[in-house]
Design a protein around this ligand. Structure first.
Ligand SMILES: N[C@@H](CCC(=O)N[C@@H](CS)C(=O)NCC(=O)O)C(=O)O
Length: 201
């Protein structure tokens, strides 16, 4: 689905030159909650990747790392054993543990609190937390324009995708100029660019 967490996985597949097909899961219709989809991902979330032998991989960070692992020439990870690779893992883990879970609080606060005023407060606080997390990324950007000093990696795709939600276009333009330059650079890449633009314009 457009503007979802599938974007980073699709961008990575495009960078890798992998052959793949997508199946749309309409979150607006809560298609991810269906029994059919639960058979694919029991957590009822997208994305999910089906490998050529039929094996399913869920969790966006694991999907990215699986693609990077299977297509080493795509340059999605810095060299094995390097400090840059450690930083790449660091920021992918940060996205998976410090950002993505908060997105559920912002998007579905009523899963965590009674509906109404409390849920609205929760949504607002989760959005503030997501902005705080975007600022951590902003300050960590060490390259030009990439997150890692040495150049593009899967971590760029991941943090770009995860910071799109609940932070606000105007807020990001004002507060996260480096992050927005990184996003513009992804949108201009020959392989991942078309995918990014289809998701986020
Ligand atoms: N831990 C999961 C989180 C995935 C996630 O929250 N996906 C969102 C879409 S961006 C989703 O499916 N939300 C629907 C829901 O929570 O019902 C991952 O990293 O893949």
């Amino acid at each position: 689905m457009r503007q979802s967490g599938s974007c980073s996985a699709e961008c990575a597949l495009a960078e890798a030159g992998a052959e793949y097909e997508t199946i749309d899961v309409d979150l607006r219709a809560n298609a991810q909650l269906s029994a059919d989809y639960a058979a694919i991902n029991p957590a009822r979330k997208i994305p999910a990747l089906r490998l050529p032998d039929g094996e399913i991989v869920t969790e966006s960070a694991a999907i990215l790392l699986t693609i990077a692992d299977r297509y080493p020439d795509a340059g999605l990870l810095p060299p094995a054993g390097s400090d840059a690779r450690a930083q790449c893992f660091r920021w992918i883990a940060f996205g998976a543990s410090e950002i993505y879970p908060v997105v559920e609080l912002a998007d579905y606060p009523e899963r965590f609190s009674p509906a109404g005023e409390q849920a609205e407060t929760l949504r607002q606080r989760a959005s503030e937390r997501l902005r705080d997390r975007a600022l951590i990324i902003e300050r960590a950007i060490a390259g030009h324009p990439w997150l890692l000093e040495n150049g593009f990696s899967a971590a760029d795709l991941y943090v770009a995708n995860l910071t799109r939600w609940s932070t606000g276009i105007e807020w990001r333009a004002e507060n996260c100029p480096k992050l927005e330059a990184l996003v513009a650079a992804i949108a201009s890449r020959p392989k991942a660019g078309p995918i990014w633009r289809r998701h986020f314009g």
